[in-house]
Design a protein around this ligand. Structure first.
Ligand code: CA
Length: 233
């Protein structure tokens, strides 16, 4: 549950998706506001700015991109997560260029969306004080400090490694696909040239830092044919 009641503005014209989003977010403890078109979205955003906005691109009237642009022109800086249709690679790039913070491709899983929302709200709150400590046996990961504390000494984590761990830790003890890692951690740098091999290389390197026996990993485990899993007891 979020620490304070935060408000999320859902901008979407598809009734079933509005229902799902509203239900999911309210169950998670957020307040929601709904706008079914760009004009209403702009009005609400100005009159009662939310903590975060979920913004569909394909809207009747003003497009999601124009809504995003106008909001940033008005210097409203709450995080915006754009919803795009699958494989609209150009849309993703455009979205990020016009001031969106993140995008998610339809159809998406509720857990994935919540993970993105939590991550964005954490960042926008400047949540530096929040403890992001993960204990894996004798090893402690301090994500705030980007450091692994091992019995044999401290090891620094790169920003990317911190993001990989952070993403995996959103789904503890659940398999996460390489593709999900690519799409979420590498995000807009993710192109057809970025292969899932990139993920494997990073995981191997991470294991040398977080596992006492990297060749026989206990916490950052491979799920054959699927991807990886962070085992946290
Ligand atoms: Ca739509």
């Amino acid at each position: 549950m979020p620490p304070n009641k935060q408000t999320i503005l859902i901008v979407e014209d598809e009734p079933s998706l509005i229902f799902t989003l509203k239900d999911t977010l309210e169950n998670e403890g957020y307040d929601t506001l709904i706008a079914e078109n760009g004009k209403d979205a702009l009005k609400i955003a100005e009159e009662s700015p939310p903590d975060l906005m979920i913004l569909d691109v394909m809207l009747p009237g003003i497009s999601g991109f124009d809504v995003c642009k106008k909001i940033r022109e008005k210097k409203l800086m709450f995080p915006i997560i754009i919803l795009t249709a699958r494989d609209q690679e150009i849309d993703k790039v455009t979205g990020l260029n016009i001031g969106a913070d993140d995008y998610i491709t339809k159809p998406f899983g509720v857990k994935e969306l919540l993970a993105r929302i939590h991550a964005r709200l954490r960042r926008s709150d400047n949540y530096a004080g929040k403890n992001e400590i993960i204990r894996l046996g004798d090893v402690t990961l301090d994500l705030n400090e980007s450091v692994v504390r091992r019995p044999d000494g401290d090891v620094e984590l790169t920003t990317r490694e911190v993001e990989v761990i952070r993403f995996l830790s959103n789904f503890p003890n659940e398999p996460v696909t390489r593709r999900a890692l690519l799409e979420n951690v590498w995000r807009y740098e993710y192109t057809s040239n970025t292969s899932t091999r990139t993920v494997d290389v990073h995981i191997s390197k991470l294991r040398t830092k977080v596992e006492m026996r990297p060749d026989d990993p206990r916490y950052l485990v491979t799920m054959h044919g699927v991807g990886y899993m962070l085992k946290i007891s």
